[in-house]
Ligand binder design. Structure first.
Ligand code: T46
Length: 170
């Protein structure tokens, strides 16, 4: 697997895996401990088209995440909340649409994604336990962070978005 730094935000890494194809299909060695990522939980989330999840983070018990879109396509967005970081409050984003590409987001980031196909399955590894009592949320349209979710590019209008009540209230 090849890891490259995400341009402009330290410690965020794009992971690209080798796909070994043959007449049966393909094989991918998706994860190994060389990444230095200690998985505590594996999560799967199914999202219909136009679902927007996030932006969430756990201030206590922060979670680093390795995000993979195993079916469909998502626009994955992450916001640097590390106050000592040169990219504090900057956001990054990457389209993920296949098993062979992932993004590693370290602890100290808010995370969210927009589901772009009819059916989208996101698989992500986290390195700390889910602690809902410590979960914090930032609005997907927070004015200060001002994320470009590329709605126009994907032909999505804001009224089409499917957002949880908790996220809507932000
Ligand atoms: C995150 C999580 C959720 N749940 C349960 C709690 C709820 O009954 C149900 C849905 O939870 P929630 O609405 O918080 O799911 P998302 O809105 O997708 O939350 C996630 O959204 C963004 C994109 C993230 O990066 C986080 O992993 C997480 O906050 O799953 C669990 O049992 N364990 C978990 O680790």
């Amino acid at each position: 697997m090849k890891t490259t730094n995400y341009n402009g935000i330290p410690d965020v890494k794009i992971i690209e895996n080798i796909k070994y194809e043959d007449n049966r299909g393909f094989f991918i060695e998706k994860y190994n401990s060389n990444l230095g990522f200690k998985t505590i939980q594996d999560n799967f989330a199914f999202s219909k088209k136009n679902v927007l999840r996030g932006l969430h983070y756990q201030k206590e018990y922060p979670q680093a995440k390795i995000i993979t879109c195993v079916k469909g396509k998502i626009l994955d967005v992450f916001v640097d909340l590390r106050t000592n970081s040169e990219s504090f409050l900057k956001y990054g984003k990457v389209a993920l649409n296949g098993i062979e590409k992932s993004i590693l987001i370290p602890r100290g980031f808010a995370h969210g994604y927009l589901a772009l196909e009819e059916e989208n399955i996101v698989y992500y590894k986290v390195d700390n336990y889910y602690k809902p009592e410590y979960e914090e949320r930032i609005s997907w349209k927070d004015k200060k962070i001002n994320i470009d979710w590329e709605l126009e590019k994907y032909g999505i209008s804001e009224k089409d978005l499917i957002i949880s009540e908790k996220d809507k209230k932000l």
